[in-house]
Write a protein that binds this ligand. Structure first.
Ligand code: NDP
Length: 287
């Protein structure tokens, strides 16, 4: 039997309709649009594509956005000084520093400079700490998007075994915390995990965030499982993207599965918009 495809594009479009109304309401109440500042250092082509989609996303929702493009040789002090300026800018509610940054820049130090109230990527240690202890915070966008997609499967996570492959600070660890918050029993796998296939076979919910094309095979998927594929991997010699899961094989076994592209990707940007509106409201109301 073939899995139900969780269409991230359609879910994102539906959420964005709601966000449009929230932007309208915000404008009515506060007389301005929620504002996002995107900072990009250097000219990495992938980063440029991401930044353009973020700006486009803002425009489509009627939000304000501005871009700060800095040269590759920008110093740590210059970058942190721009972030501090944006922290104080009343037009700006969200600050996003596009990663990766050039090697000479300490990205953690830059992120720590962002006002946690404006940290719409949810990467600041204060937001990560609050996420861990279950306090209100700005949640990182990809993990928040993954949770929305799981919700669409209708599967109640309580008592389910969720297996997350990948333990990065931006996907694997935060999504594990969010799954735990929803009462799943969570196993986190990584490059030193023994018997990855066996771990995956026990998953009622399988989240793959590795960055290796089709590393998760179809026969690693438990029949009926919810499979969320975060990976975006370029196929050599083409512009095609593939996920971490062997989609064609896995969809014959899984109950629900996200495609690549068109799964997690569209949700990440949508959650960024959601976070910016949330940050704007919190700033204006002091809550
Ligand atoms: P990282 O490279 O930071 O982390 C990868 C993780 O995978 C690490 O924890 C690593 O383990 C683990 N890993 C590597 N090889 C193996 C293996 N053979 N077996 C088991 N685990 C392994 O990646 P990110 O978390 O940043 O991203 C993961 C993927 O998700 C990438 O393809 C990225 O492009 C994509 N992504 C997509 C987004 C979207 O919006 N669609 C957003 C963010 C990421 P260890 O810690 O031991 O090294």
């Amino acid at each position: 039997m073939s899995a139900t495809i969780i269409d991230g594009k359609a879910v994102a479009a539906e959420i964005r309709e709601g966000l449009k109304l929230e932007v309208e309401a915000f404008k009515g109440e506060f007389g301005r649009e929620p504002g996002l500042a995107v900072v990009i250092v250097g000219e990495d082509p992938a980063s440029r594509t991401y930044v353009n989609s973020k700006k486009k996303g803002c425009a489509e929702l009627g939000m304000y956005s501005e871009e700060h493009t800095l040269p590759e040789q920008t110093t740590q002090a210059e970058l942190e000084s721009l972030v501090r300026k944006l922290n104080l800018d009343p037009r700006i509610d969200g600050i996003l520093v596009q990663l990766p940054l050039p090697k000479h820049i300490d990205a953690d130090a830059v992120i720590s400079t962002i006002d946690p109230k404006k940290d719409v990527d949810g990467f600041h240690p204060v937001n990560i700490g609050n996420l861990l202890i279950g306090r209100p915070c700005l949640k990182s966008c990809t993990p928040a998007g993954i949770m929305e997609l799981i919700k669409r499967s209708g599967v109640d996570l309580t008592g389910k075994h969720a297996v997350v492959v990948g333990r990065s600070n931006i996907v694997g660890k935060p999504v594990s915390v969010l799954l735990l918050e929803k009462h799943a029993t969570v196993t986190i796998c990584h490059s030193r995990t023994k018997d990855l296939a066996g771990m995956c076979r026990m998953a009622d919910v399988l989240v793959a965030a590795v960055g290796k094309a089709r590393i998760i095979k179809g026969d690693w998927v438990k029949p009926g499982a919810v499979v969320i594929d975060v990976g975006t991997n370029k196929v050599e010699g083409s512009k095609k993207l593939v996920g971490d899961v062997d989609f064609d094989a896995a969809k014959e076994v899984a109950g629900w599965i996200t495609p690549v592209p068109g799964g997690v990707g569209p949700m990440t940007i949508t959650m960024l918009m959601h976070n910016t509106i949330k940050a704007a409201r919190a700033i204006m109301t002091g809550k």
